[in-house]
Design a protein around this ligand. Structure first.
Ligand SMILES: [Zn+2]
Length: 431
């Protein structure tokens, strides 16, 4: 079975391709990427044809930070509904955080996730294993076993590893397995009971704040440890301008630190909490205009390596409650592309760079053989029309949950097809 994607604007940063090309897929792999109209007719007689006129054709997006809630909280999201949500957002590969129930801190949970994802057969689902057993922050998980069974990194995400000695050992051990430790950077002593950024807005609303220093101090501590231990530190969902500066300095000194930013941290500020909308409740919290400015600078100069959504589906029962009691997080996979294209509109980054930080960069940091349209690679591809304008309607999300602060936002950039290993896993035409 062959597929020809023709008439598209191919952008593949991994191979420095940016122009009018046709792509031929054969037997799950990319067979050829050739200038438009140059695939010999004899080669494509039996090919299924996808017309990508007016569209960008790029490697499928890769999101290294999602929560699929299975096992344990399937009423919020399953691996299947999460995969459908990812595919609808143009993502062909995601890494799932271990804060499920049971926690993914051992081989049996990792294998369950992998076998479930394989059975569903939509997108590539890569597990991240816990740094500490049960995410309790007391004893290290068996990092070797987790890698052996298929984990691509370690994290206690949702919680930080507070104990410095434990984090030091996590970095040391992870070095042996050459996988990154992904830190949810938050000093809990400073954020206890907090539900939004600490500042004038939290004071006015009478809500307990989480000071930005809680993030900065943890990033600083981990960078200090890294100097001693080696290993690789990846800072999850950076939200503080000060933390971006810290990462920039550490990188300049040659330390193996990387970081990611979620779209809500460059599109929304603490002002979004004003009407007590629980869809604006995140961890780390939405910060200030100044932080967004510094995040954009970090995207511009490459301090921030990638965009990751922190896709965190919650059902109504966990969101339609008092602000202080609501769960943290939002559905992220289906709004990531249009929100990233806002950075292009604002001339923060180019379209090429936007695709780079959604494809090649995450794969570089996590050592994945993905995010490229090179000949012989898996045919994981997204086709989107960058100019289609529409209004975001969470009711239409494929995700099982609808918690999004972007309802009613007018955006551009619509995914039309997502292919994984040559198979169409999402098509807007079949809606
Ligand atoms: Zn987190």
């Amino acid at each position: 079975m062959q597929t020809l994607i023709k008439n598209g604007h191919v952008i593949d940063p991994a191979n420095q391709i940016d122009g009018s090309f046709d792509i031929l897929i054969n037997n799950r792999k990319i067979k050829a990427v050739v200038p438009r109209g140059k695939v010999p007719a004899s080669k494509i007689e039996d090919a299924q044809v996808i017309d990508a006129k007016d569209c960008v054709v790029a490697p499928g997006f890769c999101d290294m930070h999602v929560h699929f809630r299975e096992p344990g909280h399937e009423y919020k999201e399953t691996i299947e509904t999460g995969s459908l949500s990812a595919a609808a957002g143009g993502f062909s590969t995601v890494a799932v955080m271990p804060n499920t129930s049971p926690v993914n801190d051992n081989r049996s949970v990792t294998e369950l996730i992998l076998s479930q994802a394989k059975k569903i057969g939509l997108i590539n689902v890569l597990p991240i294993g816990a740094i500490t057993r049960g995410l309790k922050g007391e004893a290290l998980s068996d990092m070797g076993e987790l890698k052996e069974s298929g984990c691509i990194g370690y994290s206690d995400d949702g919680k930080p590893v507070m104990d410095s000695e434990l984090m030091r050992r996590a970095l040391e051990y992870s070095r042996m397995f050459d996988l990154p430790c992904i830190q949810h950077s938050e000093i809990l002593d400073l954020t206890q009971g907090g539900c939004m950024n600490e500042g004038i807005v939290s004071t006015e609303l009478g809500l307990k704040g989480m000071p930005v220093e809680a993030e900065d101090i943890m990033v600083f501590r981990d960078i200090c440890l890294l100097k001693k231990t080696g290993g690789r530190l990846h800072v999850a969902h950076i939200s503080s301008g000060g933390a971006v500066d810290l990462v920039r300095h550490a990188k300049a000194k040659g330390l193996p630190v990387t970081c990611e930013v979620a779209p809500h941290h460059f599109t929304l500020t603490e002002e979004a909490c004003r009407n007590y909308d629980t869809n604006a409740k995140m961890s780390p919290p939405l910060r200030t205009d100044k932080d967004i400015e510094m995040i954009k600078e970090g995207l511009r100069d490459g301090t921030i390596d990638m965009i990751a959504t922190d896709h965190a589906p919650h059902d109504l029962a966990d969101k339609q409650v008092e602000f202080s009691n609501a769960c943290f997080g939002i559905v992220g996979l289906e709004t990531a592309l249009p929100l990233t294209l806002k950075l292009v509109d604002e001339k923060v980054i180019t379209l090429q760079k936007a695709i780079d930080i959604l494809t090649q960069q995450p794969c570089r940091v996590f050592n994945l053989d993905k995010g490229s349209l090179g000949v012989g690679k898996d045919a994981d591809i997204v086709i989107f029309n960058p100019d289609t304008q529409y209004t975001i309607d969470p009711a239409k999300f494929k995700s099982r949950s609808k918690n999004s602060p972007y309802k009613g936002w007018k955006v551009r950039g619509k995914v039309l097809h997502t292919l994984v290993a040559g198979k169409t896993v999402y098509s807007a035409h079949s809606e």
